[in-house]
Design a protein around this ligand. Structure first.
Ligand SMILES: Cc1cc2nc3c(=O)[nH]c(=O)nc-3n(C[C@H](O)[C@H](O)[C@H](O)COP(=O)(O)O)c2cc1C
Length: 454
């Protein structure tokens, strides 16, 4: 490890380029973006359990120009050789690649980054995850208020790594605070910023739209390249985002999972994408849970047709690539005749479900759909269900209305029975409510709740 003090990091800026030789100096943000990354506009987001090697290769074949690894925990990565080996699965075609870490200790983050730097083109720091797990682990968007610590993490990595450090951030509601925040990261040494135009509070059913206004302003105010993240359902959104905000690249997560060919501007047949992915998995193995997650996303629209209930249950328990293939073959057999125009598709009733707890959207919503529970129905399906296309969530306003209606019903004195509701406002049985209360009373959860209250 470089012996320079971690406590007083030297922050290299564009001005430093004078005193460095071209070969051993660090490139500036834009030099890095152009020369190393190749000026990418189409970017696949970091996704826990989902942006693994096989998926990245599939996305690259279909237009992605830069991919991020899933987020890795810096502490596990630096301490656990097995975790590290699994995380570092890559190959020569898998470039340019940015590896993302989370953490809150500059030394640990540096250790992890040093072990990863020969396998990628930059190290990204996750400052956007808003989930409870990030709150407990004290990382992601929960570092958004700890500017001194962030300054130290970024500058430490910037000074001691041979490759650039980048950050993926969320916004504050306050525009000027967002600008100061982004500038602070840039001044500490971040050489590229991805701006997810949502606040930390915009998650779950209240995710709503990302605000590109913040992205536009940051693009103008900063001197490093900016990627925009959020609101991308098609390649038209990508072009519109670049035009409206002037960003250098556009990152998508969910859009890519539902349609890995999004950047090509096509809506391919889902079983063709699934087979191509499974071919890649044969060469570059992925955990079964990741494969299942991808299958559920690719077949999302088919899997909540009533006639596919049994197949969905089959998919939920697949344990091998061969078993996944069998489901793909069956889906192809059922829908190819419609796709070829031999049968006329007139639509089919969808399985009506409550919005499940898994349907949270946003960062690290990894459990979504990887089960035999049907996904919630589509808000606005435009194409036949066997084509890869985005899944459009119920808007926050509609969700709020649903909650208000549920409350109104609960308080209605003319109602015969008392009703119970989960955190999403869905009606649940008395039995389920009792179970939830029992779980809450368990010592482990009691401690957690007590901590929360403190
Ligand atoms: C399955 C899944 C996993 C994710 N994992 C990560 C992650 O590891 N690191 C991260 O910074 N964001 C993660 N995110 C958040 C996305 O990178 C992105 O910021 C968010 O989904 C908004 O972009 P989108 O509207 O294109 O989906 C994840 C999102 C999804 C859907």
């Amino acid at each position: 490890m470089d012996q320079r003090s971690l406590a007083t990091p030297m922050v290299a800026t564009d001005a430093d380029t004078d005193k460095d030789t071209v070969n051993n100096r660090k490139l500036t943000g834009f030099e890095f973006y152009e020369k190393i990354l190749g000026s990418p506009r189409y970017v696949v987001a970091p996704m826990v359990d989902a942006s693994e090697l096989a998926w990245r290769l599939l996305s690259r074949r279909h237009g992605a120009q830069l991919c991020y690894s899933p987020m890795f925990h810096s502490s596990c990565f630096s301490k656990d050789p097995k975790y590290r080996k699994d995380s570092l699965q890559t190959c020569p075609e898998d470039r340019p690649l940015i590896i993302q870490f989370c953490g809150n200790d500059p030394k640990v983050m540096l250790q992890a980054a040093l072990l990863a730097q020969d396998h990628c083109d930059a190290i990204d720091i996750n400052l956007g995850c808003p989930q409870a797990i990030a709150k407990r682990g004290h990382y992601g968007a929960f570092l958004q208020d700890e500017w001194e610590l962030l300054r130290e993490i970024v500058s430490t990595l910037h000074c001691h790594l041979a490759i650039p450090v980048t950050c993926k951030i969320r916004i504050f509601e306050d525009m000027s605070k967002t600008i100061r925040y982004a500038r602070m990261l840039q001044d500490a040494g971040a050489q590229l910023l991805t701006v997810h135009g949502r606040t930390r509070e915009q998650k779950g059913p209240l995710t709503g739209l990302a605000d590109w206004k913040y992205v536009t302003v940051l693009r103008k105010q900063l001197s490093v390249p900016i990627f925009s993240n959020g609101n991308i359902m098609s390649v038209h959104d990508v072009e519109r985002c670049i035009e409206e905000t002037g960003v250098n690249g556009v990152m998508t997560a969910e859009g890519n999972l539902y349609n890995p060919a999004l950047f090509e501007g096509i809506n391919p047949v889902s079983w063709e994408m699934a087979n191509e992915y499974l071919d890649l998995v044969e060469h570059f193995p992925a955990p079964i849970s990741y494969i299942r997650g991808h299958m559920f996303k690719l077949f999302h629209h088919l899997m909540h047709l009533k006639s596919n209930t049994a197949l969905r249950e089959e998919l939920a328990v697949c344990r091998s690539v061969a078993e996944f293939r069998a489901v793909v073959v069956e889906l192809k057999k059922r829908y190819q005749p419609y796709h070829d125009g031999l049968l006329k598709w007139t639509g089919e009733e969808e399985e009506q479900t409550k919005q499940s707890e898994d349907d949270v959207g946003g960062d690290e919503s990894t459990k979504e759909e990887s089960s035999s529970q049907p996904a919630p129905p589509d808000y606005n399906l435009q194409l036949p269900p066997w084509l890869c296309q985005p899944y459009i969530r119920i808007p926050p306003e509609a969700h709020r209305q649903k909650l208000a209606e549920a409350r109104r019903l609960a308080e209605d004195p003319t109602r015969e029975k008392r009703q119970f509701f989960d955190v999403h406002g869905n009606e649940i049985s008395r039995k389920r409510m009792k179970k939830m209360r029992r779980v809450q009373r368990r010592p482990k959860n009691r401690n957690r709740n007590a901590q929360k209250r403190r």
